[in-house]
Design a protein around this ligand. Sequence first.
Ligand SMILES: [Ca+2]
Ligand SMILES: [Ca+2]
Ligand SMILES: [Ca+2]
Length: 331
Amino acid sequence: MKTHARLYASFSTILAPAFVGGLALASAPAAAGGVTAGTLIQNTANASFDEAGGSRNVTSNTVTVRVDELLDVTVTSRDSGPVTAPPGNAVLTFEVTNQGNGPEAFRLTANPSVSGNNFDTTVRGIAIDSNNNGVYDEGVDQILTAPQTTPVLDPDARLTVFVLVTVPQTVANGQRSDVALAAEAVTGSGAPGTVFAQAGAGGGDAIAGMTSALATARGALTTAVATVQLVKSVTLRDPFGGTSAVKGTVATFTIEARVDGSGEVRNLTVTDPIPTGTTYAPGSLRLDGNPLSDAADADAGAVSGGSGVTVNLGTAPAGARRSVSFNVVID
Ligand SMILES: [Ca+2]
Ligand SMILES: [Ca+2]
Ligand SMILES: [Ca+2]
């Protein structure tokens, strides 16, 4: 038993310096991809023993291992769901994370032609979040030039990336389109374990990790398209209390503007010429039953002999129903 105890003691004496070597290693920052690439792991064994006349100490040679660089990357969509977008420009938000253990830049590719799309967007560019606020700021956030490549990211560093797309004018309401963003390590990608000799940080090898150093994520958008329909009707009141169309009959025209779909329309303007053979009845212009002055002034409506009735409804959301009416008298 005593022999065993001494044996254990000897082991711990031998292992202790090796563990000290391990502590030196632990001071190097450990990323998701492990110990930082280029770190030198050194190990020297030590033995002590008693000899006649005193204790002695011997050390082994030192073994040095340089940590290779693992290339790993992930891409995620940062949108909470499909982005609702009218025709025109839209932005999809992604995050690229360096999951490797060395500094690495990543080449970005946005593919708008994803299988299953109702329509495809046009990619206008890829931008990085230069002011780091999580949202795209036109003129502030840098639009990458080809080949679109991120700055060098430290291990574990994340970068917000924006894919700028254009939704074509021809889309219908509620259609969906996905855009795929791929990020590939500039050093290279390949099956896990693929070696790029001496291409790693600190002069070691770079090795494709479990992500193959290539990752893709999809962002989605759905279209919000508002449509406008005008429905016009007329009622007649003749001088005899009937509904015939004779000289002196008052014709009341009503134009209903119906906004459907989703989203909104802006600067919605309804115009209607005064029909030939009639004369506008001054002061008869109404919007949703409320009078508007004939003059071109602060209210939404105006009437002139040349251009007839004009009513500017401004921005109208989907579901809006606005009614414009006016009277004319048959000449
Ligand atoms: Ca690298
Ligand atoms: Ca920004
Ligand atoms: Ca007016």
